[in-house]
Write a protein that binds this ligand. Structure first.
Ligand SMILES: C[S@@+](CC[C@H](N)C(=O)[O-])C[C@H]1O[C@@H](n2cnc3c(N)ncnc32)[C@H](O)[C@@H]1O
Length: 292
């Protein structure tokens, strides 16, 4: 046998060994997934602590993994336009619904970009986030705002005092059914007499989607969920965040060549564009306003 054939037989043998390892890893992978999801999906087991760990682990790396860790995207256009749209809408909500402008808190503040915008409107603004690394960075970069590293779900919210404006980003998207009522009560405790609570939550217009069983923990609830039940008594108004659906506009941008630039100049154009061009079955996002 010549040298080349000997070498090729070695290659084939190595491939066979690798295939065996892959099979064994696949079996272990499936076993581990099944174990996690068997308990996650059971209505009688409490997996809150594991869910919290998964969320915390996900967010502690998101800001390094993505150009825009808060929105989980590497797309600069989506990041810029979505932020501009959301801030315009939030400023409108604050101007319309917020009667006092002394104290504000941004819970789940991430990299503090919303906190900085709120700080322009209120005398004093505080940011809170679960991710230690992002809070360290914020405190280095943004000296005039206090950023606190804490798990809002585990902290005694009465330590924080009360506020005119409480903004919370996606906390219920990461909260299982068992902990909804407690979390909402803790948020209401933060409101002073004139205060408003604004939630930004990922939602569905039609139905709901539970992502707990797909290597990530997120509850995409029906948009009406946050207006009914325990929320009903305090609920004032909801606004659809059309900028969330920028992720779904590829086809539209491909056909309408000037649309991207026009929307960059006036992000509120998204209200109509998304209404006309995005499937209602896809995930979206809402802002909800509550008052005590
Ligand atoms: C969707 S990101 C929003 C970040 C930021 N508001 C933005 O839009 O760029 C969600 C943030 O919530 C934080 N978070 C999730 N659960 C939390 C909790 N229980 N307490 C405090 N922060 C939490 C995560 O660390 C993450 O930074």
């Amino acid at each position: 046998m010549d040298k080349l054939n000997k070498e090729l037989i070695q290659v084939k043998n190595r491939l066979t060994k690798i295939e065996l390892q892959i099979d064994s890893l696949n079996t272990e992978y499936q076993f581990l997934q099944d174990k996690l999801h068997l308990y996650f999906d059971s209505p009688t087991t409490d997996t809150t602590d594991t869910e919290k760990y998964i969320i915390s682990d996900f967010w502690s790396t998101a800001y390094n993994k993505y150009l825009d860790g808060g929105y989980i995207t590497n797309d600069e256009y989506i990041s810029e336009v979505r932020f501009a749209y959301e801030i315009q809408l939030l400023n409108k909500i604050i101007d319309k619904k917020c009667n006092a402008k002394e104290k504000a808190v941004d819970i789940c503040c991430g990299n503090g970009r919303y906190t900085e915008e709120f700080d322009k409107k209120f005398d004093k603004t505080t940011g809170i986030d679960l991710s230690e690394s992002i809070i360290l960075e914020n405190n280095k970069k943004i000296k005039h705002i206090d950023f606190i590293n804490a798990d809002f779900m585990a902290m005694d919210s009465s330590q924080l005092g009360t506020f005119d404006f409480v903004f919370v980003s996606d906390i219920f998207t990461y909260t299982n059914q068992e902990n909804i009522e407690n979390t909402f009560k803790n948020l209401l405790k933060l409101l002073n007499k004139k205060g408003i609570l604004v939630l930004r939550e990922s939602t569905m217009i039609i139905g709901y989607e539970d992502y707990k069983s797909r290597n990530y923990v997120a509850y995409y609830r029906n948009a009406k969920f946050y207006e009914k039940g325990i929320f009903k008594h305090y609920f004032k108004k909801s606004y659809r965040n059309y900028a969330y659906n920028l992720y779904h506009l590829n086809k539209y941008f491909n056909v309408h060549k000037n649309a991207k630039e026009n929307i960059r100049k006036d992000p509120q154009l998204l209200n109509q564009v998304v209404k006309d061009s995005v499937d209602l079955n896809l995930r979206t996002c809402h802002f909800y306003v509550y008052k005590k």
